[in-house]
Ligand binder design. Sequence first.
Ligand SMILES: CC(C)(COP(=O)([O-])OP(=O)([O-])OC[C@H]1O[C@@H](n2cnc3c(N)ncnc32)[C@H](O)[C@@H]1OP(=O)([O-])[O-])[C@@H](O)C(=O)NCCC(=O)NCCSC(=O)C[C@@](C)(O)CC(=O)[O-]
Ligand SMILES: NC(=O)C1=CN([C@@H]2O[C@H](COP(=O)(O)OP(=O)(O)OC[C@H]3O[C@@H](n4cnc5c(N)ncnc54)[C@H](OP(=O)(O)O)[C@@H]3O)[C@@H](O)[C@H]2O)C=CC1
Length: 431
Amino acid sequence: MADGTTVQINSRLENLRNLEPEARLDLLAKAVGLADTDQAALAGRDVLPMSLANGMIENVIGKFELPLGVASNFTINNKDYLIPMVVEEPSVVAAASYMAKIARGCGGFHTSSDQPVMRAQIQVAGLTDPSGARHRLLAAETELREMCNARDEVLVSLGGGCIGIEVHVFENTAVGPMAVLHILVDVRDAMGANAVNSMAETIAPRVAEIAGGHTRLRILSNLADRRLARAHVTLTPEAMTTKAMDGREVITGMIEAYALAQIDPYRAATHNKGIMNGIDPVVVATGNDWRAIEAGAHAWAARKGSYTSLTTWERGQDGTLTGTIEMPMALGLVGGATKTHPAAQAALRVLNVETAQELAEVTVAVGLAQNMAALRALATEGIQKGHMALHARNIAILAGATGSQIEAVAKAIAGEGHVSVQAAKRVLSEL
Ligand SMILES: CC(C)(COP(=O)([O-])OP(=O)([O-])OC[C@H]1O[C@@H](n2cnc3c(N)ncnc32)[C@H](O)[C@@H]1OP(=O)([O-])[O-])[C@@H](O)C(=O)NCCC(=O)NCCSC(=O)C[C@@](C)(O)CC(=O)[O-]
Ligand SMILES: NC(=O)C1=CN([C@@H]2O[C@H](COP(=O)(O)OP(=O)(O)OC[C@H]3O[C@@H](n4cnc5c(N)ncnc54)[C@H](OP(=O)(O)O)[C@@H]3O)[C@@H](O)[C@H]2O)C=CC1
């Protein structure tokens, strides 16, 4: 766990879906060994006192609640994980759990990641010799690195700190030539924005002196391309077989669907939205900055000039299907709201991760599972059947159903295949 103790979890929580929320939390608490305070935080009982909320952002007037679910069945690198997910969209948690169930029968997900290295940019403008400035800055690397590290002794004592620099030259911009110095900083278990921003601001005057010209921007880049996390999964045709389709056909359909996301930005945007359906809920549940993750994901997807898929899907020589994902994942276990929000702390304990790198790897594995669910549904029965069956509960609520009526109305309209408020109102009046 984040506190240093190791717990073996069995993520296959039988019958979880059929329990009431309190019983589900109870089952989760037993599986993970959660303290009462963490259970209360996850249940949303007085989780965020107004005084705390008021200290987190400005002009606070209240708090906004969202559902917190748990995806089961995940096996990643032969270790079981239960995944807390904060999300407003139906079918996301069910889909992740389902794909994790299929994947665990095939050995689960496997991951790797880069060291947690962030970059910050120091823009130098007003130059006549940007290439000369680049050489002068590169020659001063040791001095600049030492200045950065003197700014954050705690990070250095934790094994992190500035590990190097890069200088990028732009000969022609709207305001003339520019050199941009990047500092590369190992931020350990933090997301790292504040650490790298402070270093960038500290060394900027010296950078201006060395380069000539003047410095302007001093800020991290959310294109965290030195902090990539990767996951892959290999699935047999037998595991991909559905009631209506042979697994080999399902695999063919998924690969065809993926092929469009590779080359067509219209499809890639939706394909990647499906991936972020898995990633964002984990980022939110752990109190991390989801705008930073979104910005990094889409900038990475467009890095080759045209926007493309964050995943790949390929058929192996033995007929198996392999899915992979690789993307920036700047997540922290400390800093930001991860430490201040009690539910984020509890969610991290449910995840049972030791390092920010492990959290990043688990998160991209959930993104891959979510993409697998969408492609599998799209390649077989279509998205509406499974998604709308679960969305039907929202529609039932909109139509005025309460308590046990919600499930009854949802089941009836999903069964009719006509999920609309009108149909729900009719069923409700007949109940
Ligand atoms: C929705 C399912 C999973 C149903 O699929 P199903 O075949 O009806 O599921 P099942 O009843 O056979 O259950 C299989 C397992 O799914 C899970 N499961 C199943 N139902 C529940 C539930 N109610 N509550 C909790 N867990 C559930 C659970 O793990 C269960 O195992 P069990 O517990 O029985 O051992 C399937 O149809 C599916 O995966 N559909 C895809 C859904 C999806 O991708 N949703 C995302 C929203 S759509 C979108 O925004 C993105 C998109 C699609 O546009 C992206 C793109 O285009 O690429
Ligand atoms: N473009 C962007 O994405 C931007 C994002 N942000 C925001 O910045 C916040 C995240 O910044 P971040 O720097 O991560 O957070 P913090 O500055 O809140 O926390 C990180 C600090 O925690 C301390 N620390 C303790 N233990 C560790 C450890 N094991 N590893 C690393 N650091 C440790 C270090 O501080 P110390 O040395 O002081 O002990 C470190 O600098 C988020 O709220 C984000 O929204 C801000 C600006 C821009």
